[in-house]
Write a protein that binds this ligand. Structure first.
Ligand code: XMP
Length: 514
């Protein structure tokens, strides 16, 4: 066989591509060189994959899936409930920050969870003995906008449903709910999933479907209008849990049990132990305790070394967040002198996490959509973005007008402002509250206002799709296997960007002077 053919066949084989990637990173490691996004590019390869056909499903943690591999950062200028809702509607996930009281954070998580009203697990019920007048008074006082109430008896068993028709055709307010209600109720067993509920309601032409346990006690209710919206609007596109509720995530501190319990009560899907350095005795102990006591997926971060990754996985981590100092607002690398450039850190940590089947989230340092396939190609299952999602309508904070432009504030969680204002930030950077001066590990600044999240994400998602198309990867697993890298020089980087031109129209996916 000729040399060329041998080489051709070598690269056609996915296993050899993976080996080639390992050799590439091994060689840099041997020379103690660590690389980041601007140092590398993915090799393109033979492709049968059209970008629009790429499957972007992935994971944030062992049990929490993503329809698109993008997660918004747990930062007070990036993710509160608006971003959490926006990200989950697009198939991703938002991690609600912890620079607020546990009650406030739990309230925001609830807003995400109940945005779609998939399964209403604690519906407002009325008692059989209550009069219609009493119920209407309560409805007015509490400003309930809905008209359907399950009716229960003294033993909390479901006996009927009161709906708009029953109110409309009720002759007197003194009539009891037990008389006015419809008694012929179609129910489904506790635990019935959204799709099945839709089927049952459709077949029986029922607008509501109460779920009951074996003793006929109410265990939740589905409302057809909401279920239909979830099923029809964006079939398969929302990131919803098995009850049809948006998937929600929130950050917690170390030994933050009060917060954790409130979040669990609000049906949080996954929590993130959010620290600047997760490979510490206190985080490891805390993680073990949480995994022993509660049934919840825990993602832990941040780390940048494989030994740290392994230690946290052994302590029970369901997902690892990698990134120490790559962020656009971070000064940790220059203040403390630590940290590994992100591409090498993500590769090393993903390699070890892969052995345990634990997903890695590449957190921080992304500047362009092309950085997403690079991070995933190294072995990460998703990326976390702060800067790239800041400045959107869904990010917290008002739009500011300055120098004829619209801006939003974006700041590091270790910035002086964030640490002065919030205990959550001080704890993330292990700084005691009593201290007069703080040692900042981040900066505060402005980002151009970008408009709605969906337009911004459209560019990121499609940039990723294009990258996967060039590599010939039909899904994330194939990208892991097929991705191979070249190192580029300064000249290579300059060539990669537009050059020798005065750009007269800023493209939506290539910010100029951001
Ligand atoms: P990007 O590059 O997306 O990075 O803006 C967001 C990530 O940066 C981390 N982060 C910080 N790191 N000092 C740091 O060293 C800080 O003040 C700071 N604030 C956030 C965090 O992991 C986030 O997801």
């Amino acid at each position: 066989m000729k040399k060329f053919e041998r080489e051709f066949n070598f690269y056609e084989n996915q296993k050899n591509r993976e080996k080639s990637k390992d050799t590439f990173f091994k060689k840099t490691e041997e020379q103690r060189i660590a690389l980041t996004f601007d140092d590398v590019r993915l090799k393109s390869g033979y492709s049968k994959v059209m970008p629009d056909d790429v499957d972007l499903e992935s994971k944030f943690s062992r049990n929490i899936g993503l329809k698109i591999p993008i997660v918004s950062a747990a930062m007070d200028t990036v993710t509160e409930h608006q971003m959490g809702i926006g990200m989950a509607l697009l198939g991703g996930l938002g991690v609600i920050h912890k620079n607020m009281s546990p009650e406030e954070q739990a309230r925001r998580v609830s807003k995400v969870k109940y945005y779609l009203n998939g399964l209403i697990d604690k519906p407002i019920c009325v008692r059989k003995e209550q009069s219609i007048a009493e119920i209407l008074k309560m409805k007015k006082e509490k400003e309930y906008s809905f008209n359907t109430f399950p009716v229960i008896d003294k033993k909390d068993r479901l006996v009927g449903i009161l709906s708009k028709n029953d109110f409309d055709f009720c002759k007197s307010g003194s009539i009891k709910a037990g008389e006015a209600m419809s008694k012929e109720v179609i129910t489904a067993p506790k635990g019935t999933k959204l799709e099945k509920a839709y089927e049952v309601m459709f077949e029986n032409k029922k607008k509501t479907l109460p779920l009951v346990d074996k003793d006929n006690r109410l265990a939740g209710i589905y409302v057809f209008k909401d279920v239909k919206r979830i099923m029809m609007e964006n079939p398969g596109g929302y990131n919803v849990d098995e009850n049809g509720q948006l998937v929600a995530a929130a950050a917690i501190g170390v030994n933050d049990f009060e917060r954790l319990e409130l979040l669990i009560e609000k049906k949080i899907n996954v929590v993130v132990i959010d620290t600047a350095h997760a490979d510490t005795e206190s985080v490891v102990q805390n993680l073990k305790e949480i995994k022993k006591k509660y049934k919840i997926d825990v993602v832990v971060g941040n780390v940048s070394e494989p030994e740290s990754t392994k230690r946290l996985i052994k302590a029970g981590a369901d997902g690892i967040k990698v990134g120490q100092g790559p962020g656009s607002i971070c000064t940790t690398r220059v203040v403390a002198g630590i940290g590994s450039p992100q591409v090498s850190a993500v590769y090393k940590c993903s390699k070890i996490a892969q052995e345990y089947g634990v997903p890695v989230c590449a957190d921080g340092g992304l500047k362009y959509s092309g950085d997403i396939p690079i991070a995933l190609g190294e072995g990460a299952h998703c990326v976390m973005m702060g800067g790239m999602l800041s400045g959107t309508k869904e990010a917290p904070g008002d739009v500011i007008f300055r120098e004829g432009r619209q801006w939003k504030i974006y700041r590091g969680m270790g910035s002086v402002g964030a640490m002065e204002e919030h205990k959550g930030s001080r704890e993330r950077y292990r700084q005691s509250s009593g201290k007069k001066s703080l040692v900042a590990e981040g900066v505060e600044g402005l980002k151009p206002y970008k408009g709605g999240l969906s337009q911004v994400m459209f560019q990121y998602i499609n940039g990723l799709r294009r990258g996967m198309g060039y590599v010939g990867a039909a899904d994330i697993a194939e990208l892991h296997r097929k991705a191979d890298f070249v190192r580029i020089s300064g000249a290579g980087k300059a060539e990669s960007h537009p050059h020798d031109i005065l750009i007269t129209r800023e493209p939506p996916n290539y910010p100029i002077g951001d």
